[in-house]
Design a protein around this ligand. Sequence first.
Ligand code: SF4
Length: 445
Amino acid sequence: MNEHDSERIGGLLSADGYVPTEEAERAQVIVFNTCAIRQNADNRLYGNLGHLRPLKERNPSLRIVVAGCLAQKDGGTIQARAPWVDVVVGTHALPELLGLLHASETEGPQMDVREYTEVFPSALPARREVAHHAWVSVSVGCDNACTFCIVPLVRGPQRSRAIGDVLAEVQGLARRGVVEVTLLGQNVNTYGRDVTVPDSARRPLFADLLRAVNDVDGLRRIRFTSPHPHDFTPDVIDAMAGSDKVCEHIHFPLQSGSDRVLKVMQRSYRRVRYLEWLDAIREAVPGIAVTTDLIVGFPGETEVDFEDTLDVVRRARFDQAYMFQYSPRPGTRAAQMPEQVPKEVVQARFDRLVALQGSISLDLMRQHVGRTVEVLVEGTGRKGAVQGRTRTNKVVHLPGELAPGTFLDARIVSAHPHHLMGEAVSSGEEGDRAALGVREAAAVG
Ligand code: SF4
């Protein structure tokens, strides 16, 4: 979501005549688009702002902008701690960015941290780093209340975009050469619960949206993130299985394998149910890759709880996991809980989890060696190679020069914990997308 918003910030500035520069000394505007998920984002923001102070003193016409979740969370605190910041623009006020920027030139520091989204950032112009891929926001905010999470505070309750607006954006993107979209929502699979279909009392569902996006001509890959396991209904599994452009990858956040911890986290599923859902998804979409999020050291987590997490990780056999050491976020309920786990205990458990998941990831990656997979080139890779991605979201490095957006078939020659090495066996530009994907899925399965 943060990257999506950065594209819109870049798009707004481009529309106003700005061009990007890598050199802070030459910049007329510097924007920090911030994340509030972890404490170190706070620390880094204020550290970076401190470094910019001498530059601002030498060049008072420089505009410094803080956007994103930290802007929403901290509001006036930012300009109190760093009075040389010209604009603080929260998550709901992005469309106001240029107005705030211009007002700051004549009226001094500006701030807009309104608490309701009126215009979706997706309706704003975008400046994309790559031409073949686009993030498409389908909803913002979240109606859940996971006790460790700051998102409901900084992004507000869920608000879905009209299905027609999402489709119009995807159709326009496909006409301009975008071949892959990632549908975005904090809780993407509850999309539509808060809107109705025009001329009907019916609410569109995430499954309807997947099927409708699948019908867009020119598009070749559809991804989405992140679903909440509790809301992963059978109709979404059916839509995934029946939509040839929906990639064989799902990010399915577990967070903890302990029922006791899940309850305290206010995650409304339990370990057995989670594993049952995984079985159903894997049965419906053979070869699907599964990634997850895991938090180690949630307040009160005991050794037994942690062993439960290791147990689910062994059973689930995730392709990859984003593993986090719990850090209290001011404003969340978990931050107030007693029994915060000592740092050294969290570190030791984290190291054990990383070792276990690393061995599973490498084992699953090795199963690809010798297989032929479809790769979409994304950009420059290691040592002059290009980097691409399979439908199952595996990063592949390939020798040679290929433009981003190129499809090709590649034979996998070696495996590493986080990437594969391959060699091209065909241009892959011709042919049927669905057939290629099915072939890869079958091979992985
Ligand atoms: S569902 Fe996701 S975004 Fe919503 S509160 Fe829980 S962790 Fe945060």
